[in-house]
Design a protein around this ligand. Structure first.
Ligand code: SAM
Length: 283
């Protein structure tokens, strides 16, 4: 259905289906008509498969349907079932799965729903679970080409930051390890109904163009990274010691081996340095 960014159309749908927005589920729906076609275009979904998380009333879903070969969209809120049946009635290449995107086995889902085509992810993510969802998508090492998502502007800065800079966080390290992140464009808070308190940005994580960093034990490296950023104001010697109970002297020595002072903080390390630190401390 076209016109889903029209406020009058949205109000009619709210009334027709007795629907009310859930703040808890991050339901801020897009009312800026330029955003969804641009997101769909830049996601690279043309003639291939695309997974969406959180269709809402189906505004981005409709645009994805115009370009992609097949769209599978995951929505947690079952109250949206009759609404989506109505708004997507004319779309022949879409399947809506009702469930929690955090709990669904996405690897299995991709094998079942897209056995014969490349897949990308494109979504206006619910902000309350941006980081956990992205971590899940990246860590599950799904057979996908890219992830194009709308996130809070501040989160976008962190996600697209470089390791070794002040804007870096634990999730930045995961993003850098698995992909090449790029901010595509900003979206003002007034582009949503209801309007959130912050502006947003669309980012793209290209999983085919990552800088390759070798590490013996990925799991252990990410434990170190999480421990380091959990207490980012502390030195790594202290944060890793308190988070993972590794001897302080051993940590200080390892930092020295990779050319850093024992007073170094997590935000000073490049991804390669985290990988080297992990290889030394794992022994
Ligand atoms: N795509 C629509 C748009 O752009 O207007 C809605 C986006 S809204 C920011 C987020 C959507 O994600 C809502 O429809 C919400 O119900 C859904 N959602 C929230 N948590 C979810 C979860 N864990 N799994 C799947 N969908 C979820």
């Amino acid at each position: 259905m076209d016109g889903l960014t029209n406020i009058k159309t949205i109000k009619n749908l709210l009334e027709k289906f007795g629907f009310s927005f859930s703040k808890q589920l991050g339901q801020n729906f897009l009312i800026n008509e330029g955003v969804c076609p641009k997101m769909a275009e830049l996601s690279g979904c043309k003639d291939i498969g695309v997974i969406e998380i959180g269709p809402g009333f189906g505004v981005l879903t409709s645009e994805l349907c115009k370009k992609a070969k097949k769209v599978v969209s995951i929505e947690i809120d079952e109250r949206l079932k009759p609404v989506l049946e109505y708004t997507l009635a004319e779309e022949k290449n879409v399947e809506i799965i009702f469930g929690d995107a955090m709990k669904i086995d996405l690897k299995r889902m991709i094998a079942e729903k897209f056995p014969d085509m490349p897949v990308v992810i494109c979504a206006n993510l619910p902000y309350y679970i941006t980081s956990p969802i992205l971590m899940k998508l990246l860590e599950s090492e799904l057979p996908i080409n890219s992830i194009t998502v709308m996130v809070q502007k501040e989160a976008a800065t962190r996600l697209c930051a470089k390791c070794g800079t002040r804007s870096c966080g634990a999730v930045t390290a995961a993003v850098s390890f698995y992909s090449r992140a790029q901010k595509l464009f900003d979206v003002s808070r007034g582009s949503f109904m209801p309007a959130p308190n912050v502006d947003s940005s669309v980012i793209k994580l290209d999983l085919t163009k990552r800088e390759k960093v070798d590490v013996n034990n990925k799991k252990f490296m990410f434990k170190l990274i999480r421990a380091g950023f959990n207490q980012r104001r502390k030195t790594l010697t202290n944060s890793i010691n308190s988070g993972l109970a590794i001897d302080k002297q051993k940590i200080a020595l390892a930092l020295e081996q990779i050319g850093l002072k024992p007073t170094a903080r997590a935000e000073e390390l490049t991804l390669k340095q985290f990988a080297d630190l992990s290889d030394i401390l794992e022994k």
